[in-house]
Design a protein around this ligand. Structure first.
Ligand SMILES: Nc1ncnc2c1ncn2[C@@H]1O[C@H](COP(=O)(O)OP(=O)(O)OP(=O)(O)O)[C@@H](O)[C@H]1O
Ligand SMILES: [Mg+2]
Length: 556
């Protein structure tokens, strides 16, 4: 992780320095210099030898999990549940340097773990049957440290335990990984009843699954192929509607020879929703021998192709990402391309415009689509440009790129795509699909007038939802489009004059209309979030919110 962090900060520093070199705007220069100072300080801090290497970071672990590797998925769940209860856990795949056999780590385990949980499942005996592991566990016994045999949900009725383990009280999880069972395990590990510890909520299994999939967002190697690895899941707030023509076209592309599909459109026109729906509902039916599928969003994750390549390699090769963070970006690109040519993977690069010059500005949260310099469609980094081109020859794998602009990497020259690239220019929704969404959002009114109004912004799905939200919240007659449209007061839609504007300006105009009508506290919240230059975690968002008291109440 520190390696990852160091690489990201080095990269950021490099980028800022390059941008400073080409920047002419004095205020932008000032901002860049400030950011460079910060990045430099962070790099120095991370490079400093006073930061202990990863192995020495955790001086102690509350528990070491000894298990059979075939029981990995249950063990991961238990490990995560223990972590959630505040315990530190030694699990081989989290702690072991990739490629290093567990036998080499035995000394560390004995030195650092305060207890050992020995798992018994249906998959036969774990490594504790082997002499080295038995010696390790005996060492725990000799040092009077707790050793807790744990029966997994699928353990046999009368499990065979080695003699020296039989003296210990076991924890029986054969009825499932319940809160009660976990309490008993925590009790065994810490020696104190777990009731004082934070409990996973009642619906423990569902929550554990959620925790697991959240972790999987970070640890690509934890997911088994061909399960979808997504960083992160696209959140589709409402039922996906329509797009039959586009979905059919994507099916045809997937069955054909072209490797890349470019879905391009202005922001909010439904590129991600369409791609996500296809990946989840169509991909496996259309490509039955799919070896794996990977969704990478450059908005939610870092806008870095380098990180994507490392995580993608960890996923397709089922290895720990740290193995690849040590290799050079170019070497990783070559390895990934060669893996993609061996078996059919599906890759989605969502929000690719973030890697293009046009969208790469310090104040990117303030860029409107109608202000973007559309000629700046090349990647900021040359390597990214070359890498994207190579997806054209990654058969049998397929890549979907969603982007607000057509990247030059996919063109021979402006307007002419590379052979191997199919483009679907995503338009607004069909009027009848737009109407289904409008009705779904609880808006009533004359069908013809509604369609004529929404036609002004091309049945753009995001704007549709914003307008429907405004109508639904219209105080005088909630949900009544006809009344809302003629009302020229502050909460009515009579002030929205779209006729004289271009499509992109109409979008900006509707967004401004919606923003102006927001409660002040939501405006403050949005303006704070807009300052962030990259994705942040939920806790940060909570702190930024003027409603954070409400946030914490809801969470507890
Ligand atoms: N077919 C659809 N059915 C229902 N809702 C949709 C549909 N398409 C898009 N939406 C909704 O419209 C909004 C914008 O869609 P989406 O996020 O896919 O846009 P985008 O083109 O990817 O935008 P950006 O360039 O900002 O990433 C989302 O809230 C999405 O849920
Ligand atoms: Mg998107």
């Amino acid at each position: 992780m520190p390696d990852d962090a160091l690489n990201i900060w080095r990269e950021k520093l490099e980028f800022l320095q390059r941008e400073l070199a080409v920047s002419a705007d004095p205020s932008l220069k000032f901002q860049l210099e400030q950011q460079i100072k910060k990045a430099q300080a962070r790099v120095t801090e991370l490079e400093s030898p006073s930061i202990p290497p990863p192995d020495e970071r955790h001086s102690t672990f509350d528990v070491f999990l000894s298990h059979n590797s075939s029981d990995k998925s249950a063990i991961r769940k238990i490990g995560l549940a223990l972590k959630k209860r505040g315990l530190t856990v030694w699990l081989d795949e989290w702690e072991l340097v990739p490629g290093r056999p567990w036998q080499d780590a035995l000394e560390d385990i004995i030195r650092t773990a305060k207890s050992a949980a020995v798992f018994v499942g249906s998959n036969g005996l774990g490594p504790w049957e082997e002499p080295e592991m038995r010696a390790c566990l005996s060492e725990f016994v000799d040092r009077s440290l707790p050793v807790i045999p744990v029966l997994l949900p699928d353990a046999p009725r009368s499990p065979k335990l080695p003699l020296f383990l039989r003296q210990f009280t076991w924890v029986d999880l054969r009825r499932g990984i319940s809160n009660e069972g976990m309490d008993r395990l925590v009790w065994g590990i810490t020696g104190s009843k777990a009731s004082k510890m934070p409990r996973v909520n009642r619906n423990s299994l569902r929550e554990l699954d959620a925790v697991q999939s959240k972790e999987s967002e970070i640890d690509s190697h934890l997911l088994s192929l061909p399960e979808l690895y997504s960083v992160p899941n696209y959140v589709q707030g409402h039922t996906f509607m329509g797009r039959e023509d586009e979905l059919r076209e994507i099916d045809t592309w997937a069955q054909g020879k072209l490797s890349i599909l470019l879905l391009d459109a202005i922001g909010g026109n439904g590129k991600s929703a369409l791609a996500w729906h296809w990946v989840n509902q169509h991909a496996r039916k259309t490509i039955p021998d799919l070896a794996g599928a990977l969704w990478w969003s450059f908005y939610e994750a870092s806008p870095s192709m380098k990180l994507f390549v490392e995580k993608a390699l960890a996923y397709v090769m089922q290895e720990h990402p740290s193995r690849f963070s040590r290799s050079s970006y170019r070497d990783n690109i070559l390895t990934l391309q060669s893996e993609l040519r061996k078996r059919p993977y599906l890759i989605v690069l969502d929000g690719f415009e973030r890697l293009l010059w046009a969208y790469h500005r310090i104040d990117k949260s303030h860029i409107h689509d109608d202000e973007v310099d559309e000629s700046q469609r090349s990647c900021i980094y040359d390597d990214d440009e070359q890498f994207l081109k190579q997806f054209v020859v990654s058969n049998p794998s397929k890549t979907i790129v969603t982007s607000r602009l057509v990247p030059t990497a996919l063109e021979v020259y402006a307007g002419k795509l590379l052979t191997g690239v199919k483009r679907i220019k995503v338009e607004g929704l069909k009027p009848e699909d737009a109407l289904s969404i409008i009705r779904d959002l609880g808006v009533l009114g004359d069908k013809r007038r509604l369609i004529t109004f929404c036609n002004q912004f091309g049945h753009h799905p995001l704007l549709l939802r914003i307008v429907c939200g405004a109508v639904a919240n219209y105080h005088s007659a909630p949900g009544d489009f006809n009344k809302w449209r003629v009302d020229k007061g502050t909460s009515g839609g009579g002030q929205l004059k779209l006729v004289d504007l271009e499509l992109k300006q109409r979008r900006t105009h509707i967004l401004a209309y919606a923003y102006d009508r927001l409660d002040a506290k939501y405006q403050i919240f949005l303006s704070r979030v807009a300052v962030l230059s990259s994705a942040v975690d939920y806790d940060t968002i909570k702190v930024l919110s003027p409603m954070h008291h409400q946030f914490s109440r809801n969470i507890s």
